[in-house]
Design a protein around this ligand. Structure first.
Ligand code: PGA
Length: 254
């Protein structure tokens, strides 16, 4: 019997690109139509907060949040807590996206948010990491190592099953082309080595590693199959229903 294929995860991060509730509902509807037919792929849609309770998750299309605050409650104007998200039909939370880091979020804050999400049983956390530039001397490798160690500094081994790591080289986000698939593979092997050093190989190798940055329908298959990642984190193409449908089918066919 052929070995069972490992399930892929495709996360669509809408960012602030869906500008009204009616469009949010229609994009979600189209994602659910395709998502329901996939055999081997879990889809996660991360809309802006105001749309979360307007949208319904389904068995194969889950809902995620784009960020969260680490305090549980209190006078924190404009913030949203983990218990609030857990009380809705949310299953995933992205933390440490480079657009949040650019707005001032430090590794320390990412670590606090990651720990806050892992305190609940209900939610899984998608921790984003990635270098801003690649230098020929390889300094980015040390940067990645330090960023992973710091961002996961409060995560215990027994919590690893609720973690997904998204490798997103910042220079590829919003670009026209992704990183080449061979480099994706090499870098994710390096990330696995860092995680193995932290938690032991057996546990570390169970952590899904996604790639993100300029993935579209046309390159998703190559990135996932040749990059040997467990899935992708998609920005722009996730709010383009026809393109996202093609992307999902391409990933599911691997
Ligand atoms: P992009 O964004 O797909 O639009 O490049 C990726 C991301 O920010 O996760």
């Amino acid at each position: 019997m052929p070995a069972k294929k490992k399930r892929k995860i495709v996360i669509g991060n809408w960012k602030m690109n869906v500008v009204d509730a009616a469009t949010a509902k229609s994009v979600m509807k189209s994602v659910k139509n395709v998502g329901a037919k996939l055999k081997n792929t879990l889809t996660v849609v991360c809309p802006p907060y105001p749309y979360i309770s307007l949208l319904k998750a389904s068995p194969k299309v889950k809902l995620g949040a784009q960020d969260v605050f680490y305090e549980e409650k209190g006078s924190f104007t404009g913030n949203v807590s983990v218990p609030m998200l857990a009380s809705l039909a949310v299953d995933y939370v992205i933390v440490g996206h480079s657009e949040r880091r650019k707005a001032g979020e430090t590794d320390e804050v990412v670590a606090l948010k990651t720990a806050a999400v892992l305190k609940t049983e209900e939610l899984k956390v998608v921790v984003c990491i990635g270098e801003t530039t690649r230098d020929a001397g390889g300094d980015y490798l040390g940067f990645l190592r330090d960023q992973i160690r710091a961002s996961l500094s409060k995560v215990q081994k027994k919590q690893l099953e609720d973690i997904i790591v998204a490798y997103e080289p910042v220079w590829a986000i919003g670009a026209s082309e992704p990183m080449n698939a061979r480099d994706v593979h090499e870098t994710t092997l390096y990330i696995k080595k860092i995680l193995s050093d932290m938690y032991g190989q057996e546990e570390a190798l169970k952590i899904p590693i996604l790639y993100g940055g300029a993935v579209f329908a046309k390159n998703a298959r190559e990135i996932v199959s040749e990059g040997e990642v467990d899935g992708i984190l998609v920005g722009r193409e996730s709010v383009n229903p026809p393109g996202f449908a093609e992307l999902l089918k391409a990933v599911d066919s691997i």
